[in-house]
Design a binder for this molecule. Structure first.
Ligand SMILES: Cc1cc2nc3c(=O)[nH]c(=O)nc-3n(C[C@H](O)[C@H](O)[C@H](O)COP(=O)(O)OP(=O)(O)OC[C@H]3O[C@@H](n4cnc5c(N)ncnc54)[C@H](O)[C@@H]3O)c2cc1C
Ligand code: FES
Length: 268
């Protein structure tokens, strides 16, 4: 581990230097991390790649909630962290049809959006840059302490709407209400793409909204994971019969996801 800094009320940004160069990684991939220490749980924990430096170092945005994340947050400079990845399938390519993309993040669910926004704004080898007015992040949390690293998102250059349940920062309400408020005020067109990551009730609400309005919607799921590589079956996600994964009732979040089209999976 080469650096660690606090963020929000209960988070850290952990920077690690991988043993081998990984090249430029796409948005929405994840890694299994474990602090190399007997006090750490034996099973590594999954984390989205938050950012990747020019030097190839990897950054993770971590909310401390239990033994695995506590151990990672207490890592000392120079200590080893087991890093397995990159794993999974990230966000889809953004079609260049000019339709705006709205990313809806809840709390630590913002982590997979930083690279997505940066790449869209800069363009990649295969894709032209997206105009900043066609990218919008709506970032919500119960209170402002749960809007981790929001300044880093604001610095990217596309619109960011902060919203909190208690009104301590930005729009007073949740991410769906903030989106509806933008629609009502005419600040966003009705026809947008939605990408979302956050607590399951929030993602359920986003999916219901997308279904009601017939919007294209993708989700990054945070299921429990044991291995991260398709062996343990710990990450089952129910599929929709009519969806592209529907020839089998469950998908593996670690292999088929963590990013899924909303029309392919069932959250409840
Ligand atoms: C693909 C993927 C990407 C992720 N990215 C991030 C990230 O960027 N940053 C981040 O902070 N976290 C992320 N997570 C969640 C993270 O893996 C868990 O918070 C972590 O495993 C918790 O480990 P722990 O030992 O600290 O807590 P545990 O002891 O495992 O859990 C503490 C409490 O949280 C609950 N819990 C733990 N994991 C989950 C879960 N996945 N869903 C619902 N409840 C849970 C447990 O039931 C328990 O009550 C991601 C998960 C996945 C699958
Ligand atoms: S986490 Fe083990 S199969 Fe997906």
């Amino acid at each position: 581990m080469v650096s660690i800094r606090p963020t929000g009320s209960d988070g850290v940004v952990l920077e690690v230097q991988p043993e081998v160069a990984l090249g430029q990684l796409g948005a929405g991939r994840f890694f299994m991390l474990r602090r190399n220490d007997p006090r750490s749980p034996a099973i590594p924990r999954p984390f989205s790649l938050y950012r990747q430096g020019e030097n190839g170092n990897l950054e993770f945005l971590i909310k401390v909630i239990g033994p695995g994340t506590e151990a990672l947050a207490e890592t000392l400079l120079g200590e080893d962290i087991q890093v397995l990845g990159p794993l999974g399938r990230g966000w889809p390519e953004m079609p260049s049809d000019g339709k705006p993309l709205v990313m809806l993040a809840g709390g630590i669910g913002s982590a997979p959006f930083h690279i997505a926004l940066r790449d869209a704004l800069r363009g990649t080898q295969d894709r032209a840059a997206v105009a900043p007015e066609n990218l919008h992040l709506i970032y919500g949390g119960r209170h402002q302490g749960l809007l981790y690293d929001i300044e880093q998102f604001e610095e990217l250059g596309s619109a960011v709407t902060a919203c909190t349940d208690d009104g301590s920062r930005g729009f007073h309400g949740n991410v769906v209400q903030a989106l509806e408020d933008h629609w009502q005020a005419g600040r966003l067109p009705e026809d947008v793409r939605l990408w979302t990551c956050g607590p399951e009730p929030m993602m359920n609400a986003v999916v219901r909204l997308a279904e009601k309005r017939g919007l294209d919607c993708w989700l990054s799921l945070e299921t429990y994971m044991g291995c991260g590589v398709g062996i343990c079956n710990g990450c089952a996600v129910f599929t929709r019969e009519e969806g592209s994964l529907g020839d089998w009732p469950v998908a593996k979040c670690c292999l088929d996801g963590p990013v899924f089209a909303a029309c392919d999976v069932r959250l409840d």
